[in-house]
Write a protein that binds this ligand. Structure first.
Ligand code: NAD
Length: 299
């Protein structure tokens, strides 16, 4: 048996169409501001592509770019201004921030009604209480990927590997809300193979290539690979079959792989997400979805 591929790109396109339709119904363009402090190359790419995607779908997408030397007080003043600007529906601050700025203070300062990343403690609290809220984009997108298989989440055993505030914890909360029996595995878990072996749904969000192996996975399971690990091309032989190498090789000669031994796990799993083209495209699509939801609720 070879696993069916869950096509994140195609499912993200469906969400983008829903977003464009919702904007047409709203009759105005919701505003998203992506804030970047400093010149981290990955953050530059993320912030630019988020604002660009927003504009493509009919939102107002703006970037606020601040120098690396920005003080915490200055950043908080900018956020205060955006909180009070009625034309702004969604604010996201790209992490990581320079060392002089405490990310917790920054997250806490964003108006929860405009917190489209879903990181504010009020939104995190609502998520855990099962109340309507702006849920973090990556796990919310993963729920859509799992739903696309047609498998009913209720009653499934699900294991989430990783317990970060951004992916692992909210993922577990959303799966619980969907009535799965949820296990969270993490760096101190004694027997990862035992935790994964009983799971109908596996979500790997660690940042370690080849962590999830074929031997661990229950035949027929849904395997969602959140990990994004950039390796030198020379390492490709270690992580992929020959036929995979060309697909994985990026223009700059590096390879992007997830946390799952894709080629071998796909021989036993029922469904699997590729890296790239699985979870990644969903994150940005759900950010757009959250911005429209924030606009609908606030105005
Ligand atoms: P993180 O570093 O904050 O958390 C990693 C988690 O993995 C920790 O909770 C830790 O306990 C756990 N862990 C570490 N070693 C482990 C082990 N041996 N066994 C089990 N658990 C272990 O990372 P994060 O922000 O949650 O991101 C995880 C991965 O997902 C990264 O590769 C990141 O790049 C990727 N990511 C992708 C997207 C996307 O849109 N595709 C979004 C966010 C994160």
């Amino acid at each position: 048996m070879t696993a069916r591929i869950i096509d994140g790109k195609a499912i993200a396109k469906t969400i983008e169409t829903e977003v464009a339709q919702a904007i047409a119904r709203l009759g105005f363009a919701p505003g998203l501001v992506a804030v970047r402090v400093g010149n981290d190359p990955a953050s530059e790419v993320y912030v630019r592509s988020k604002a660009k995607k927003a504009r493509e779908l009919g939102l107002r997408g703006d970037e606020l770019i601040l120098p690396d030397s920005t003080s915490e007080a200055d950043l908080l003043a900018h956020i205060d201004r955006l909180n009070r600007d009625d034309a702004v529906d969604g604010i996201l601050v790209q992490l990581p921030l320079p060392p002089q700025i405490d990310p917790k203070k920054v997250i806490d300062s964003i108006d929860p009604a405009k917190d489209v990343d879903g990181f504010h403690p009020i939104n995190v609290g609502k998520l855990h209480l099962g109340r309507p809220t702006l849920a973090p984009c990556t796990p919310a997108g993963i729920i859509r990927l799992i739903e696309s298989t047609g498998v009913t989440i209720a009653g499934c055993n699900a294991v989430v590997i990783g317990r970060s505030d951004i992916v692992g914890k909210p993922m577990a909360a959303l799966l619980l809300q969907a009535n799965a029996t949820v296990t969270i595995a993490h760096s101190r878990t004694r027997d990862l193979a035992a935790a994964v072996g009983g799971a109908d749904i596996v979500v790997a969000a660690v940042g370690r290539p080849l962590l999830v192996t074929r031997e661990m996975v229950k035949p027929g399971a849904i395997v969602i690979d959140v990990g994004m690990n950039r390796l030198e091309a020379g390492d490709a032989g270690r992580i992929a079959h020959d036929e995979e190498k060309s697909r994985l090789l990026a223009k700059n000669g590096t390879v992007l792989v997830g946390d799952v031994d894709f080629c071998r796990v796909r021989e036993v799993a029922g469904w699997i997400t590729p890296v790239p083209g699985g979870v990644g495209p969903m994150t940005i699509a759900m950010l757009m979805r959250n911005t429209v939801t924030a606009a609908e609720w606030r105005r």
